[in-house]
Design a protein around this ligand. Structure first.
Ligand code: ADP
Length: 452
């Protein structure tokens, strides 16, 4: 069955092949340049004292190897290895042919010379094109032999028949090797083309499936949030005795309902955020905000959690920080809450510390440090990927989570033009540092400068 390449441009196999040939051409050109230096010195010593017009021509052709090799190398480097090969090979062929006609003693070097040439051509050119050089070399050899035998009959040729047989065998061997090579690599190339085509197609299908999954998640998360909000609102109203006094059992049950619904809503919000991030739809606002509001948000929701776990906690803001900044305070709070929430969640004893301080003149950072179990160094990158969680089966308390918090924080910080890093030592604790560009609200620049 005839297989046609599904690729309009170069297949991966051809790309590799072209790169290999390019390197080969450059290597041969470098060798030719190096080789031409002693050759030129030798020729100058041998030829210059007995200069005839033929000698001058031969001498000039030999010196020409150097610029021609430079030229061929340039062409190969510019992405056209085959053209570079032709320039070099045809020049060397001409040099061999002309020199063996004009210089008596050189004729004997023609056979080994052009056999070497066609072997190099086989390595530097695509398989089928090597035939052109092999054909040209054979034609040159025959032409030179005929010229020398018939035009200059005085020249005695040593065993021309044997030379012709050797030449013929050389060419046939070369053609046979190229042919076999072509046959095997053709199958390999087609197989590789087809396998890559399948992978490209599969990748497209996976991309489509992933996009549909993101859309589905976004839609269903949205659908889930509405009834959940109703559950939270009505259970809270009931807990505030809006529908009459509750007995203890009912109050406890409703508290569970309210807490679980809140937790579920947070998870759904995270899933929704992640699908927005994956779809590139997340929006970051740039508005003035009070830094202390951010601090209070963290204090009210996280640090109370630390108290419940008997962990000491603190939040410190450098006096050098401007009171007002410009950015997306909701998203900043989300990042800081995720990091502080994790620090408290994973720490069993010791402390959790949050620091907010400037970094140089153009950046500021939020540092969340804990004395928790730590994170192995080989997981420093993985924990920022969605759904990744470390194995905490040995942990004394069962900690809940979805593996989304750090992925969301990472993507939000990236989107804000910042960076998030983790340092940690097992059994000692972890430190997460979020570095962000320092942006001041335009209208209150003077005010902020005064406060600095
Ligand atoms: P979640 O906390 O919901 O599991 P995250 O994306 O926030 O998901 O965190 C991913 C994982 O990174 C966690 O499951 C935990 O194993 C590890 N991790 C994150 N923060 C800390 C921390 N402060 N100390 C120890 N491990 C942490």
């Amino acid at each position: 069955m005839k297989l046609t390449s599904p690729f309009k441009t170069q297949s991966p196999y051809e790309e590799i092949e072209t790169a290999r040939r390019g390197r080969m051409v450059i290597a041969v050109c470098n060798a030719a340049i190096l080789f031409s230096i002693p050759l030129i010195v030798l020729l100058t010593i041998v030829m210059l004292p007995q200069m005839s017009p033929a000698m001058v021509l031969a001498y000039a052709l030999c010196i020409g190897i150097m610029p021609i090799s430079f030229l061929a190398k340039r062409i190969a480097i510019s992405g056209k290895p085959d053209s570079g090969s032709y320039v070099l090979l045809v020049y060397i062929l001409l040099l061999l042919a002309i020199n063996s006609v004009v210089l008596d003693g050189i004729y004997l070097m023609l056979v080994p010379g052009y056999l070497l040439l066609i072997v190099i051509a086989g390595m530097m050119l695509p398989p089928a094109r090597g035939y052109i050089i092999a054909g040209l070399a054979s034609a040159t050899y025959l032409a030179v032999t005929i010229i020398r035998t018939y035009v200059e009959p005085s020249v005695s040729l040593p065993l021309p028949v044997i030379e012709l047989i050797v030449t013929f065998l050389g060419v046939m061997t070369f053609i046979f090797v190229v042919f076999i090579n072509q046959l095997t690599t053709k199958d390999l190339r087609k197989a590789l083309d087809n396998a890559t085509y399948d992978l490209v197609e599969m990748n497209k299908k996976l991309e489509l499936a992933s996009e549909m999954k993101s859309q589905f998640t976004a839609r269903t998360s949205h659908e889930l949030r509405t009834p959940l909000s109703a559950i939270i609102v009505f259970s809270d109203l009931a807990l505030r005795d809006a529908y009459g006094p509750l007995n203890e059992k009912l109050r406890n049950a409703l508290s569970h309902v309210s807490n679980s619904a809140r937790h579920l809503k947070r998870v759904i919000n995270d899933i929704l955020d992640l699908s927005k991030i994956e779809a590139g739809e997340i929006e970051i606002f740039d508005e003035p905000f009070e830094l202390m509001n951010l601090v209070h948000t963290v204090e009210s929701s996280c640090l109370q959690m630390a108290e419940e776990k008997n962990i000491s906690s603190s939040i410190w803001v450098s006096p050098e920080m401007p009171e007002r900044l410009s950015g997306d305070d909701d998203r900043l709070a989300q990042v800081l809450l995720n990091l502080t929430g994790n620090a408290i969640k994973f720490t069993e004893k010791g402390e959790v510390e949050v620091r907010i301080e400037p970094q140089g003149t153009s950046k500021w950072r939020m540092i969340v440090r804990d004395t928790g179990p730590g994170i192995p160094e080989d997981q420093f990158t993985a924990i920022f990927k969605a759904y990744r969680q470390l194995d905490r089966t040995a942990s004394p308390s069962k900690v809940k989570g979805t593996g989304l918090g750090l992925a969301i924080a990472y993507n939000l910080v990236q989107k804000m033009g910042g960076d998030i890093k983790v340092e940690s030592e097992l059994g000692v604790g972890s430190t997460f540092t979020v570095t962000l560009p320092l942006r001041l609200p335009e209208t209150s620049d003077e005010e902020v400068l005064k406060s600095l």
